[in-house]
Design a protein. Structure first.
Lengths: 319, 574
């Protein structure tokens, strides 16, 4: 059986474990959906009304029975109904996901586009002033919290350029690409900033390692010019740790970026999940967590496939 | 004739401090088509000298702080390499000065096919592109005797053996038709028969292309085969240089004499030990190995069936008696280390018996490993390192144990007040002495020495071998000495077992096996060993591949037949 199929077979098992964990842990938080939904007015409900509502949402049953029902629904592609939105959970998630995916992709493009060249530049100028400047910037980028960068960007944009990104309602890419990019580019820069800093640091150290390898000396002895040594001989060997880091970071970004979504008022997956927890919207929390877990599994699989594409030793031994 | 390369007072330093140069005023001339051998031990500055010529030393943090290196270009102009710009040097490297390195395992780029790497050289130096470059790469592989060249071009380096990779390196270095080839210990990491192949290949190609060569080595025996001139280096200084015969036959400097005399050189069995007291059949063996078989399953996984096994050791028999050294010689993959590991129980024997006589200690067999840098825990001081075997055997660290530590430290020639020191404070030779002391802590009867001197410098090797012989006599130790180095084996072994492809093919007294080898593999092995008396010898390029040890499931080897070639000297029938 091939590698891909074997990996895919493990997915349902992992997702089952995740679902168990989230299903029972969310129910350990005090409070219930009806109180959260109606606020103080929940006190006005008669016990009969409350019972009817609970039965409507299916939360009157013992937890194990609820889990069984939910699992049965899941197998049919039904994640349940969101109490907050009154819509199927899957629909709610898929409404939010394009934004999150696009934001994560943009952030990654920015991070790799800045981080890899910066890391290579620093490594090839090891211990010289360029290297020192890049290292200081990277350190700064890694240690500055995302919301600070976000707030500074908003401040500069609105105060000095009078530009106010459209907030609140999100324009999908296919509706109006320009408006969409106008909305997303600054949050993406905010996210990509810290991400780029860690990519820079890891590319730099991986490149430094590779540049001292024997085959780099061989390439130089062969008469390969400096830039070709760096880009053609060294970089492909240095990319593995960069891919590892990017995979993990990208996985997190697909889970939504709560703070940046909050600052730029973007309706992403992060805020959706956070709100769902606040609202005790059990079905939605479960759906979101499961969805995020699935994203992680897919990203990890892609990372492993990328290893194989980059390194023939991995590719040819994974038989 | 004008020299191709004229080096005067070359001085190279590392880092900012120019007051502590690594190469101190080396001068030599190299005529076109001639070979200069630079001989020295690690730290002598021989590799730095070589890397200075094509200025690769710049990339390792080195700087040429003095002297000159004039390279005569094809048009007769002289280029001063020590002052040349990097831009000029890129055009020189590969095209006029080719280079091959010591470690074929790490010297090729793992993510590009060997074809792509050879083609790149043709693209850079001959301007060939696409199909023409591929064709040239194929011919280059043919020229270094790689069979199925067309197929092999698509291989990645990790799919090739060490000898093949080194031939790929040579093909790559020769792509630019350089007039000077620098070979930095090109055969040190290779087996002796593969070494002979590579040496033969280099000699042949050198003659064919009329190229000059600088050959860096620690093995003065190897020099005898190929060099015209010899330069001996010690601590960054050229202590002696001259024509080959003059240096080898009438060495002037003490260090050259030391290298020639104190260092083990293979002497065709004439230098074998004669202090053995073996009386066939009477002495009770300390270790008796019968029909030992070790197999490693391949391709076994959760979802795949077991298709076969690597038959690493196949039907090995031998006895090891008190006070005797049995050397197991063979090349990488022959199963000699696996045999040693099986005796210690580090790998499980698939079949066969290993009987160890109960000796005077509770752990009668101990082991010394190859790499003294990797086999001592850097976080433990000497006292704790030496206490380890006792602790593992359930003993307490008490005054008696400490007394044994100082006793053994003295025996192995280390200062007895070094108990509080850490491994990094010792040299390689001292560390190996420490490993030997550690192996002797529990008063064993048998010590398994797995390539125990291979990682040491040649002159250190000689001293550690002497120490081992002294300890053997004093404590009546039996040694199982695993080695690929015939010169070392000749010095220490009473008996020799030759392993090939997992099996012993010949076993007998060291003198007999080394001087009158009977099995065709033993003959091939011994013929490949370089020696002082083999001046400018022409080796034939022999590319016999080692048979695969991966066998299908259920495979049983045919029964071995043996013939006697003398007292205690048995040879497997081929």
């Amino acid at each position: 059986m091939n590698y891909l199929a074997r990996r895919l077979l493990t997915f349902p098992l992992i997702l089952l474990g995740v679902s168990l964990l989230v299903f029972f842990s969310i129910r350990m938080i005090p409070g219930d959906a009806i109180t959260a939904m109606l606020g103080t007015e929940a006190g006005l409900l008669t016990p009969v009304q409350r019972q009817a509502l609970a039965a409507y949402f299916g939360i009157d049953q013992p937890v194990v029975v609820q889990y069984g029902r939910w699992l049965a629904g899941l197998l049919q592609g039904d994640l349940g109904i969101s109490v907050t939105y009154g819509k199927p959970v899957l629909t709610v998630i898929l409404e939010r996901f394009p934004l999150t995916l696009e934001l994560a992709l943009l952030a990654m493009v920015i991070a790799l586009g800045i981080g890899v060249p910066a890391g290579v530049l620093a490594a090839t100028n090891n211990e010289r002033s360029t290297d020192v400047v890049v290292r200081i910037l990277a350190m700064l980028g890694q240690s500055t919290p995302g919301f600070v960068v976000g707030l500074v960007i908003i401040y500069v944009l609105s105060v000095y350029f009078g530009f106010v990104p459209a907030m609140g309602s999100f324009t999908p890419l296919w509706a109006d690409p320009l408006a969409n990019l106008g909305q997303l580019i600054f949050p993406a820069v905010t996210l990509g900033f810290a991400f780029a800093a860690s990519v820079t640091r890891i590319s730099r150290s991986a490149m430094l390692d590779v540049l001292s390898d024997d085959y780099i000396r061989t390439a130089r002895a062969k008469g390969v010019s400096g830039s070709s040594v760096v880009w053609h001989h060294a970089l492909p060997n240095a990319l593995i740790p960069v891919v590892t880091l990017s995979g993990v970071e990208f996985g997190y970004l697909l889970g939504g970026a709560v703070i940046v979504e909050q600052i730029f008022a973007l309706p992403g997956l992060g805020r959706l999940t956070l709100d769902a927890i606040g609202q005790r919207d059990y079905a939605l929390v479960q759906g979101c967590v499961l969805f995020i877990a699935l994203n992680f599994l897919i990203v990890n699989l892609l990372v492993d496939l990328a290893y194989a594409a980059l390194d023939p030793r991995i590719r040819l031994s994974a038989r | 004739m004008n020299p191709l390369l004229s080096v005067r007072d070359l001085t190279v330093a590392f880092g900012k401090d120019a007051s502590q140069p690594v190469v101190k005023g080396v001068s030599f001339d190299l005529k076109p088509g001639e070979t200069l051998a630079i001989v020295g031990e690690s730290g002598s500055g021989k590799s730095v000298t070589a890397l200075s010529i094509n200025r690769l030393v710049d990339f390792g943090g080195g700087r040429i702080v003095g002297g000159s290196m004039g390279l005569t270009r094809p048009d007769g102009a002289v280029l001063e390499l020590s002052q040349a710009e990097e831009k000029t040097l890129v055009g020189i490297r590969g095209r006029e000065i080719g280079m091959i390195f010591q470690e074929p395992m790490t010297s090729l780029n793992p993510v590009h096919t060997v074809g792509a790497q050879i083609e790149e050289a043709f693209r850079l130096h001959r301007g060939l592109e696409g199909q023409a470059a591929r064709q040239a790469a194929r011919e280059a592989l043919d020229r270094v005797r790689i069979a199925d060249a067309g197929q092999r071009l698509r291989y990645y380096p990790h799919q090739l053996s060490g000898g093949m990779r080194q031939r790929v390196m040579i093909a790559m270095a020769l792509a630019g038709n350089p007039r000077l080839l620098i070979a930095d210990e090109p055969t040190t990491a290779l087996d002796v028969t593969v070494q002979a192949q590579i040496m033969a290949l280099l000699a042949e190609l050198k003659a064919e292309m009329g190229m000059a060569m600088i050959f860096i080595t620690h093995d003065i025996g190897l020099v005898a085969g190929i060099a015209d001139d010899v330069l001996v280096m010690q601590n960054g200084v050229a202590v002696e240089q001259g024509r080959l015969d003059a240096v080898l036959d009438a060495p002037q400097h003490d260090y050259t004499r030391h290298l020639l005399n104190a260092v083990p050189h293979f002497d065709g069995g004439r230098a074998a030990r004669d202090d053995g007291t073996r009386t066939e059949g009477r002495a009770k063996p300390m270790v008796a190995v019968r029909d030992l078989m070790v197999r490693f399953p391949v391709g076994r996984g959760l979802f795949s069936r077991n298709p076969g096994a690597v038959h690493a050791v196949e039907g090995v028999d031998f006895d090891l008696v008190q006070g005797e050294t049995l050397a197991i010689v063979g090349e990488s993959g022959s199963g000699k280390s696996t045999t040693a590991r099986a005796i210690l129980g580090l790998v499980e024997a698939t079949r066969g018996t290993i009987d160890a006589a109960s000796g005077h200690g509770d752990r009668p067999i101990q082991m010394v490993f190859q790499d003294p840098f990797a086999s001592l825990n850097p976080r433990l001081d000497v006292e704790n390192l030496l206490a380890e075997p006792a602790i593992a055997a359930g003993r307490r660290v008490d005054a008696a144990l400490r007394e044994r530590m100082t006793f053994l430290l003295e025996k192995v020639g280390l200062p007895t007040d070094c108990l509080a020191r850490y491994p990094h404070q010792f040299s390689g030779g001292q560390r190996q002495r420490l490993c030997i002391a550690r192996a002797l802590m529990l008063n064993p009867d048998v010590v398994v020495l797995d390539e125990a001197v291979s990682a040491l410098d040649v002159s250190v090797q000689a001293r550690v071998l002497d120490l081992l012989i002294d300890l053997q006599r004093e404590f009546g130790l039996a040694y199982l000495f695993i080695s690929h180095d015939m010169a070392v084996v000749e010095r220490i072994a009473h008996r020799v077992a030759v392993m090939y492809a997992g099996q012993i093919v010949e076993i007998g007294d060291a003198g007999a096996v080394l001087s009158r080898p009977q099995h065709s593999y033993t003959r091939r092995l011994i013929a490949a060993v370089p020696g002082m008396d083999r001046r400018r010898q022409r080796y034939d390029v022999d590319t016999t591949p080692v048979p695969s040890l991966v066998r299908p499931r259920g495979y049983e080897p045919p029964r071995a037949d043996w013939v006697d070639a003398g007292p205690g000297h048995r040879v497997r029938v081929e």
